[in-house]
Design a protein around this ligand. Structure first.
Ligand SMILES: [Mg+2]
Length: 423
């Protein structure tokens, strides 16, 4: 949160499975659309928060599999664990609060009396979350009997049933909604309340997000009946909660437009930037746009035209340098030759690029330093470079000149074959 100078312009608090990303979309198109939108227009002054039922372990596993952006805050294990930033620093204050009237041992003993409750894996059992699988036909009676037996022990717990399969027992003061309300109180104490907040979800354990005061909400197009039903009963007349027509991250983009939070056309949706009416002179947008062109070029999704090469040439400073992550240095003018050779080399392959953690700082009247993680994946293979670009605004026309590019491998994300990574 410290990376922002003032209150965030927008805070997005999103569930992950079937909300931020779609299990039914192996190409991750809607997630990649969201990524480009977020990094081009929102990263520099807004907050991204994930709120997931996943434990830290399977959350990290997911981040290794899907092109998910780095969030500012991660709320895990259905609101019982909060962590900050890339290093995921845990919020111990929040954990202390959850210890009130919580006794894990009693819960384990009582739930063991129900053979219908099948314990989830050890990784999903957390200090403030006890998790099971429960089949739908038995669910109502089991939940009723279990709450009665836990009440007898005077424990302040709650039972959450989602996707018709998963049952979690949590402290009464913890769920996704209360974790968010706790964050809001922290923001208020620091004078950093976001100007707008949008919560996004698809299933039962997301319902509490929609009860937090002063938030806008989107139930994504593929939302489960249990969430739609909950909203119909509890938020029927709330114009700030919508059910999008599009699935997952595309539904989130739709909500950004519907509530007029800011730009809602992902740079990925722009087919021809030359003809595009959205003319943005922003260094974040510039790097996102450049790498989208680079991806399309290598996938042969744009025409191999001299015009594109000419534009590229005019964007690179002829005397500038590019430092490849292997440590070799070359003139920027060589990047253009390199591009020529690479046309279509990824055609028909599952190849994509996304930028993460784009940060920009103006270091002179016409100079910008832009830093970001540049990710590239082909099928299962993934690589990432921490990238720094020095940009100068062009004197006579709108746009930027790329003066210098420097790349360094992100730990564990390097490739030994120099030719696999170009820029
Ligand atoms: Mg979900």
């Amino acid at each position: 949160m410290d990376r922002l100078n003032g209150p965030p312009r927008l805070m997005i608090v999103s569930d992950l499975d079937f909300t931020m990303f779609d299990h039914e979309e192996p190409e991750n198109l809607s997630l990649l659309r969201f990524n480009a939108l977020w990094e081009a227009y929102y990263r520099h002054d807004s907050l991204l928060v994930y709120s997931t039922g996943r434990s830290p372990r399977i959350y990290k596993q997911l981040r290794n599999e899907k092109p998910l952006l780095t969030p500012d805050i991660t709320i895990m294990s259905v609101g019982t664990e909060i962590a900050y930033g890339e290093p995921m620093v845990p919020d111990y204050d929040w954990e202390q609060r959850l210890n009130l009237n919580w006794d894990r041992d009693i819960i384990t003993q009582e739930t063991a009396k129900f053979p219908q409750l099948i314990p989830q894996s050890d990784t999903e059992q957390r200090p403030h979350k006890v998790s099971f699988f429960l089949e739908k036909p038995n669910s109502l009676e089991v939940i009723k009997a279990l709450s009665e037996s836990l009440e007898k022990h005077k424990l302040d717990v709650k039972i959450i049933y989602s996707h018709g399969t998963a049952l979690d027992v949590l402290p009464k003061s913890a769920d996704k909604g209360q974790a968010l309300a706790y964050l809001q109180r922290r923001f208020k104490a620091n004078g950093r309340v976001p100007l707008s907040s949008l919560v996004c979800g698809d299933s039962g354990n997301d319902a509490e997000l929609f009860t937090v005061p002063d938030v806008f909400g989107v139930m994504v197009g593929n939302a489960q009946e249990e969430l739609l039903q909950w909203c119909a009963e509890n938020a029927r007349n709330n114009p700030n909660i919508i059910h999008s027509t599009e699935r997952c991250a595309s539904g989130i983009i739709q909500a950004i437009g519907k509530f007029s939070f800011g730009p809602n056309v992902s740079p990925r949706d722009i087919k021809d930037w030359g003809k595009c009416r959205v003319n943005v002179l922003s260094p974040g947008y510039e790097v996102v746009k450049f790498y989208l062109l680079y991806e399309r070029w290598r996938r042969a999704e744009v025409e191999k035209s001299d015009q594109i090469l000419q534009n590229l040439k005019s964007s690179f400073y002829p005397l500038g340098t590019f430092v490849h992550p292997s440590g070799t240095e070359q003139p920027m003018s060589k990047c253009e030759d390199m591009m020529k050779r690479l046309y279509g080399d990824k055609q028909g392959k599952q190849y994509c690029i996304w930028l993460d953690r784009v940060s920009t700082s103006q270091i002179g009247s016409d100079a910008w330093l832009v830093k970001f993680d540049k990710w590239e994946s082909t099928g299962e293979e993934r690589h990432c470079c921490l990238t720094t670009v020095l940009l100068n605004t062009k004197q006579a026309e709108e746009g930027f000149t790329w003066m210098h590019i420097h790349q360094t491998w992100l730990d564990g994300m390097e490739t030994k074959h120099r030719t696999v990574w170009f820029l």
